[in-house]
Design a protein around this ligand. Structure first.
Ligand code: UDP
Ligand code: MG
Length: 319
């Protein structure tokens, strides 16, 4: 079904990063098509961003484009990671009045999209899809919960703990987002940062329809660190406070022993254990401090290098 996009209809583009998703793509495309056909009051388009898949994902997506021109494809030159793929898709949505960001694995159910659009038509510029339930369990779940506790304690721009990438950006919010030059992007944090009127839509998070999670735990941890370090100076402030506290303590202890010596209460002792403990303790604190500084410095270095977040190899269906 190729609905002709009409000039009068609001145009809604979906941006979906895809990495090795050949197992879920057919169902994703079928369910999206069903949603579009049920809502002819919008001009729909889908920008699938192939993030260097090593399976047959590209073939499946090209076939979808051949059947239905609403499905468009951007191929990146290699795997840039979810944030790079998302940025590539968002940068290509110049034609849309609103953009829906979602995962390919059907954990974000396509059937929720009309609710997002309704909230947007109702006046919200930024719509977040908020999970009523989470499907992750075990270690992953624990890590997610821990991160969100940490992030809300640290950040000046709180994010809804039960929201991820899934949501909608209206034109003004999207343009603000596309103008952000930064490389280390933490999407939920930036969505909170850009402002605009917002609305939340509740939904039930699904299990992955097929395949394995493509984001390794290591990647998720890196993403979480980006979240903390790009939205908070608190780690630096904590260091300063620790430094001041340790220095004051050292001064107090020093004064105490000097006074005792001067009063002749005590003669010098070897104190080997005490010395070793103190040296190791301070050494540890200093190394931690250098590590925290390094986290910021590395990010500054990445920004200064000005390398793009993604490189496009080929576009299909986009001018
Ligand atoms: N993804 C991507 N590049 C990557 C890893 C993942 O574009 O390097 C895509 C993936 O195809 C999916 C979305 O990002 O559409 C979320 O990935 P996944 O489901 O593996 O992550 P999780 O649900 O654990 O956050
Ligand atoms: Mg997933």
């Amino acid at each position: 079904m190729n609905a002709m996009p009409s000039v009068n209809l609001p145009s809604v583009a979906l941006v979906i990063p895809v990495f090795n998703e050949e197992a879920v793509l057919p169902e994703l495309i079928a369910r999206l098509t069903a949603v579009f056909d049920a809502r002819p009051d919008c001009a729909w388009s889908v920008i699938l961003v192939n993030d260097g898949s090593r399976d047959r994902s590209v073939e499946v997506m090209l076939a979808a484009h051949a059947r239905d021109q609403r499905f468009k494809l951007i191929e990146l030159s290699r795997n840039f990671g979810f944030q790079g793929a998302l940025a590539a898709g968002l940068a290509a949505t110049t034609h849309a009045d609103a953009v829906v960001t979602m995962d390919a694995d059907l954990q974000d159910p396509p059937e929720v999209i009309p609710d997002l659009v309704t909230a947007w038509r109702g006046g919200a510029e930024v719509v977040r899809a908020v999970r009523r339930t989470r499907s992750e369990t075990g270690l992953r779940r624990l890590a997610f919960d821990l991160f969100h506790k940490l992030f809300s304690a640290l950040s000046d721009y709180p994010v809804e703990p039960n929201s991820g990438t899934f949501g909608l950006l209206g034109r003004p919010a999207l343009e603000a987002f596309n103008r952000l030059p930064e490389r280390h992007r933490f999407f939920p944090g930036l969505r909170s940062w850009v402002g605009f009127s917002r609305a939340d839509v509740l939904y039930d998070r699904q299990e992955r329809a097929a395949g394995q999670p493509q984001q390794t735990l290591r990647r998720l941890i890196r993403y979480a660190l980006d979240g903390v370090f790009s939205f908070s100076y608190l780690p630096l402030r904590l260091l300063t406070i620790t430094g001041v506290f340790v220095a004051l303590l050292g001064f107090a202890i020093g004064t105490f022993f000097i006074v005792r010596r001067l009063l002749g209460i005590e003669i010098a002792q070897t104190g080997f254990t005490t010395l070793v403990t103190i040296v190791l303790f301070l050494g540890g604190i200093q190394l931690m401090g250098i590590g925290v500084l390094g986290e910021y410095l590395g990010r500054v270095y990445d920004e200064v290098k000005q390398r793009p977040n993604f490189i496009v190899k080929k576009r299909t269906g986009l001018d």
